[in-house]
Every structure is written in structure tokens, then in C-alpha cells.
Design a protein around this ligand. Structure first.
Ligand SMILES: Nc1ncnc2c1ncn2[C@@H]1O[C@H](COP(=O)(O)OP(=O)(O)O)[C@@H](O)[C@H]1O
Ligand SMILES: [Mg+2]
Length: 239
């Protein structure tokens, strides 16, 4: 069980009058990778947006590293080291790879360490070094996802939330990015919340997972438990 390093406890989210999350809870230990999986429209993006201060919660608590941060905005979440790599990558297409990376250095500390972080990123993804001066909009989908992940890492996150990094990408590229994410997590204690529709891939990377259905967490367990769960198999693994 997680040690509550990061704890989302019974949050509710409404868009206008329409409630889309009901008492959603998930937690991660320091350095742990957890997966939030579920079908389209289940509330995965809303969950990670709430967990990174981008949408307001009503009811419930968010606790990070011993501090309650419920009700903060995305700036205050960033200041705690919580960074979201949004769905659809959201790069600046008319800016170069390097400029996109630099945009990720979103705190004083990150700004001060920018050069070192970029060098580290280039060792993870040598292709980004080759393409440093290329407009991000002209990269392949896989390269854009490398930039999106790396831009998140430029902010020196303690907690990185990744929303559907595999969307539309060739499996080998996803494997490359996940391998780096796992290595960084193991080496530096980075905690990762991974949102995925590709349930098999997500559960291969994560220690534990949560299944979100219509705004409610219905199943949770270790990755192995979920992979063996009959409902998960039928609904998400096509077995
Ligand atoms: N900005 C928004 N305004 C109104 N409804 C939204 C908004 N964003 C998402 N929703 C609704 O909330 C529900 C959950 O969406 P989302 O969190 O994007 O799901 P997922 O990421 O699992 O596909 C959906 O019914 C969606 O239509
Ligand atoms: Mg989504």
C-alpha cells in the first residue's frame, strides 16, 4: 500500500451543473508509478487536471508530501513540484524544440538548472538534440511526445502526471518513453500518475492501477491483480 506521499481523497468535480467525478480517491508512494485507466469520457483527464490544480474540486482533499494543497491553482501546484503533461501534448508548434523545452522551466530552481536539465534530456532522447532547432509542429507524433514529456521534466517535477502519452503513437516509441520514465522514477524518486487508454501498456509500467468508470473508481489493485481481474480482462484487455 502507498505511504500517502500523494493522496487524492474523495474528490468531486463538476463542470457547471454536471458532476463528472464522484468521490474519486487514489494515492501514490514516493517514487511509485500508478496508472489511471478507463474508457473515453470516464473522467481520467478531469482527475489529473484536478490533481494538478487545473480544475477546481468540490469536496475531498489533495495532500502532497505532508501538506494539504486542496483548492490551490495550477501555479501553487507547480510550486509544490506537481506538473502535468497534458493530453494531446499541447506543444507550441511554431517554436523550436529547444524553445518548447525552455518553456517548461517554470520555477526559479528549474530556470537556474535549465542547462543541466536540457543536457540530461538530450542523453535520454538524442533525437531531440539533433532536432533542437526544428519547429515542434513539424516533428513526428513520437518526437512531439518526447518533447512533451521532456518539457514536463524541465520543471523538475516531484510528481509528474502524464495524460495519454501513447495516444496515436507507434508502440515502440511509447516503449522508449515509458522506459525513460521508469528509469527517472527509479533513479530520482519521481512519482508518476499515468493516464492511459492502453491498459495493458499502462499496467506493464505501473506498480498499481485504478479503473475509472463514469467518474467513479470501481476497481483498484496492483498491476498484476488488475491484469488478472476478470472484469478488466473483458472490458479493457479484450480477453
Ligand atoms: N471542460 C469541460 N466542460 C464540460 N464537460 C467536460 C469538460 N471536460 C470534460 N467534460 C466531460 O467530463 C467527462 C469526463 O471527461 P474526461 O475527464 O475528459 O474523460 P477521459 O479523459 O477519461 O476521456 C465527460 O463526460 C466529458 O464530456
Ligand atoms: Mg482524457
Amino acid at each position: 500500500m502507498a505511504d500517502n506521499y500523494f493522496q487524492v481523497d474523495k474528490i468531486n468535480v463538476k463542470y457547471g451543473d454536471i458532476q463528472v467525478l464522484w468521490d474519486v480517491s487514489f494515492e501514490a508512494a514516493k517514487g511509485e508509478i500508478i496508472a489511471l485507466v478507463g474508457s473515453n469520457g470516464a473522467g481520467k483527464s478531469t482527475s489529473v487536471k484536478a490533481a494538478s490544480g487545473l480544475v477546481k474540486t468540490c469536496g475531498g482533499r489533495i495532500v502532497f508530501d505532508g501538506q494539504e494543497i486542496t483548492g490551490g491553482n495550477c501555479r501553487s501546484f507547480i510550486d509544490h513540484g506537481i506538473i502535468l503533461c497534458p493530453e494531446g501534448r499541447q506543444l507550441f508548434p511554431q517554436m523550436t524544440v529547444l524553445e518548447n523545452l525552455e518553456m517548461g522551466a517554470c520555477s526559479k530552481e528549474a530556470e537556474a538548472k535549465k542547462k543541466d536539465t536540457i543536457e540530461k534530456i538530450y542523453t535520454w532522447f538524442p533525437k531531440l538534440k539533433e532536432r533542437a532547432k526544428q519547429m515542434a509542429g513539424t516533428l513526428s507524433g513520437g518526437e512531439q511526445q518526447m518533447v512533451a514529456f521532456s518539457r514536463g521534466m524541465m520543471g523538475l517535477p516531484k510528481l509528474l502526471l502524464m495524460d495519454e502519452p501513447s495516444l496515436g503513437l507507434a508502440p515502440t516509441i511509447v516503449d522508449d518513453i515509458f522506459r525513460i520514465a521508469k528509469r527517472v522514477s527509479q533513479e530520482s524518486g519521481l512519482t508518476i500518475v499515468l493516464v492511459e487508454q492502453d491498459v495493458r501498456k499502462a499496467l506493464k509500467l505501473a506498480n498499481r492501477g485504478y479503473v475509472l468508470e463514469n467518474g467513479v473508481i470501481n476497481i483498484q489493485g496492483t498491476a498484476q491483480e488488475l491484469l488478472n481481474n476478470e472484469e478488466v480482462k473483458k472490458a479493457y484487455l479484450g480477453i
